[in-house]
Write a protein of this length. Structure first.
Length: 229
């Protein structure tokens, strides 16, 4: 899934000013409301609920907040480059200055996972991150985010893997580890999403009601589904 399918130029905030994580989420919700026509409060409540389960700050100054809304009819993204980094309670405790908000319909299923994996792949590219941090022009930021990679052999292989996942993927949360970035898919049909970014998830804690998991974090560069030992 290409980012060009997720984000429009008017969904880019090139030099956002925010003094706190809450204010940042409010600004993202306001832009998402403008783009989707949904109520700003509805969007804010959904992404705030997700953050209360565990921060979506994945490290290296990057955050990928996300949530699902029943009233949304397609997957939508909002990107923000912050004028000054803010504390986001990230995994590495570093302040965040690049944020990609992803909103999806309740029934997005595997498409939600594809979108999250695509965002993670783009945001783990050090050259891309450097370019995003070097400009405060919305058109340039949008062009960088939506440009096709020079070599897509790796992305194509990952895309094929995702497309071949069966329906079990849509019934339980899974963890994807892509060069250190963890991407989490919540449980469709349940309230909120199940956070597996928390330390307890990597100690074999319960991932969903009635099911125990012994998920372990694999070395960098490995991709794990279900039980990874």
């Amino acid at each position: 899934m290409a980012l060009a399918d997720l984000i429009a130029q008017n969904s880019v905030l090139p030099a956002l000013k925010a003094n706190s994580k809450k204010q940042l989420l409010q600004e993202l919700a306001a832009k998402a409301s403008e783009v989707t026509g949904l109520a700003e409060r509805e969007v804010f409540d959904v992404i705030l609920q997700r953050e209360r389960l565990g921060s979506t700050g994945v490290g290296n100054g990057i955050a990928i907040p996300h949530g699902k809304l029943a009233s949304l009819d397609k997957i939508v993204g909002v990107f923000a480059r912050l004028d000054q980094p803010v504390d986001f309670e990230a995994l590495d405790d570093q302040p965040v200055d690049l944020v990609f908000l992803l909103l999806a319909p309740e029934g997005a299923g595997a498409d939600h996972l594809k979108a999250l994996s695509r965002i993670a792949r783009v945001m783990r590219d050090s050259d891309m991150v450097a370019k995003l941090r070097a400009t405060d022009n919305a058109a340039s930021l949008h062009a960088f985010l939506t440009e096709e990679p020079a070599s897509n052999a790796g992305p194509r292989a990952l895309s094929e893997l995702l497309e071949n996942l069966n329906l079990q993927m849509q019934r339980s949360p899974e963890i994807m580890v892509i060069s250190g970035l963890r991407v989490v898919l919540g449980l469709p049909g349940t309230a909120g999403s199940h956070d597996v970014n928390s330390p307890s998830a990597f100690r074999g804690g319960p991932v969903s009601a009635g099911r125990q998991s012994s998920v372990r974090l694999r070395p960098r560069g490995k991709t794990c589904w279900s039980d990874c030992r």
